[in-house]
Design a protein around this ligand. Structure first.
Ligand code: UT7
Length: 357
């Protein structure tokens, strides 16, 4: 008897239109191209123009994925949106994407598992499809991090301007305070379309293994702008920078290089596969050094790993579909290939998903 699976039938991506090379960031904070490349592997990232919300990128990626799948918006019967930077505090961006792609009203769910959001989303989609709730599902990961960058108008002008001049004074000091974080992130979106698949060919989502651990929530979080703050944002919080993410980089790094390989191995074993069976591993793109260390631990050759953080930076919920789609476009993934995805991020949330394309 055939088993119901969730088949990936299309993928698409979008990135902000403004290229921000490392040297531009060095105009407005105490950093430099060499430090950023050596410590993170990042060479550039993309930003959206100020005022563009995550749903706009999500809609672009969704439209591209629907076109790739040959699916009309009216055929969707569920939308899942993973983002930690929704357009508004509420509602989430799921319904904005539903409207933007021209889908009739369907359930539109927002999930917020930060860097592990797309992996959690794949498990959600698989559960919806296997349980018979939905047949054709759109999963979108979209994040606009530039909205969390504490830049003044002048900082933005210098960052984006044609003139290669350096900011000075208080603004430069202020931006430099967050430099370990600000150099890492970019704005992008990725989308997958899944469809119920009843043929016994082994294709589709095979398994998911996910974890959440509040004990490590404080190492990466936004201190203000939540229900613990009343009012949600005050003048003093704006001034103290409580709305900018707080990150203990070294601690997150250590957890990522141990847990991503660990969960990838564990999932493969529980699904009766070995590392050798994998054709491709797509890891969350937070730092090229994390990906290299994890690859080493798994003893995977370069041709079985695809990284693209060099050009996009960390795009949170968009990294997995962005890297997968690029690998597909480069002909590195074929129908029938076994692909593993793994991610770790704020929450702490982490996990892995196994998919036969
Ligand atoms: O998506 C999940 C979320 N995030 C992550 O996974 C991030 C994980 N962590 C990391 O990627 C790394 O820890 C960072 C890239 C954030 C930082 O690299 P690091 O090698 O851990 O550096 P560090 O924070 O220990 O800082 C080393 C030095 C310090 O100077 P001193 O104290 O040695 O004088 C920092 O002040 O580098 C300095 N530094 C910088 N210098 C130039 C920190 N950020 C910068 C910068 N430019 N942007």
């Amino acid at each position: 008897m055939s088993e119901t699976r969730s088949l990936l039938i299309g993928s698409g991506t979008a990135a902000g239109p403004i290229v921000i090379e490392n040297h531009r960031l060095a105009r407005i904070m105490d950093t430099n191209d060499q430090w950023i490349r050596e410590r993170s592997g990042i060479e550039q990232r993309y930003f959206v123009p100020r005022g563009v919300g995550a749903s706009e990128l999500g809609i672009q990626a969704a439209n591209a994925a629907l076109e790739d799948a040959g699916v009309a918006p009216s055929e969707l019967d569920y939308i899942v949106c993973a983002t930690m930077t929704p357009d508004h505090y509420f509602p989430g961006s799921g319904t904005l994407i539903q409207e933007g792609i021209g889908s009739p009203p369907v359930p539109a769910l927002d999930i917020r598992q930060q860097c592990a959001g797309f992996a959690y989303g794949m498990q959600m989609v698989d559960a919806l499809i296997r349980s018979g709730v939905a047949k054709t599902v759109l999963l979108v990961g979209c994040d606009v991090h530039s909205c969390l960058m504490p830049f003044s108008d002048e900082s933005w002008d210098v960052l984006l301007g044609d003139e290669d001049r350096k900011l000075d004074g208080e603004d430069f000091e202020w931006n430099s305070r967050f430099r370990h974080l600000l150099v890492l992130f970019g704005d992008a979106a990725g989308a997958f379309v899944f469809r119920r698949h009843d043929q016994d060919d082994g294709r589709g989502i095979i398994g998911c293994e996910l974890y959440g651990e509040g004990a490590n929530s404080s190492i990466l979080h936004v201190p203000g702008m939540g229900s613990k703050s009343s009012p949600i944002i005050s003048k003093s919080q704006l001034e103290s920078g409580d709305w900018v993410p707080y990150m203990e980089g070294r601690q997150v790094f250590k957890l990522a290089v141990t847990r991503m390989p660990e969960v990838t191995r564990s999932l493969l074993t529980s699904c009766d596969y070995e590392l050798d069976d994998l054709e491709l591993l797509i890891m969350h793109q937070a730092n090229l050094r994390i990906c290299e260390a994890a690859q080493k631990q798994l003893a995977l050759p370069d041709e079985k790993v695809h990284n693209n953080i060099q050009r996009y930076g960390n795009t949170t919920s968009a990294t997995l579909p962005l890297a997968f789609h690029e690998a597909r476009e480069q002909g590195r993934v074929d129908e029938g290939d076994l692909v593993a995805f793994t991610a770790l991020g704020a929450g702490l949330h982490w996990g892995a998903v196994l998919l036969r394309v």
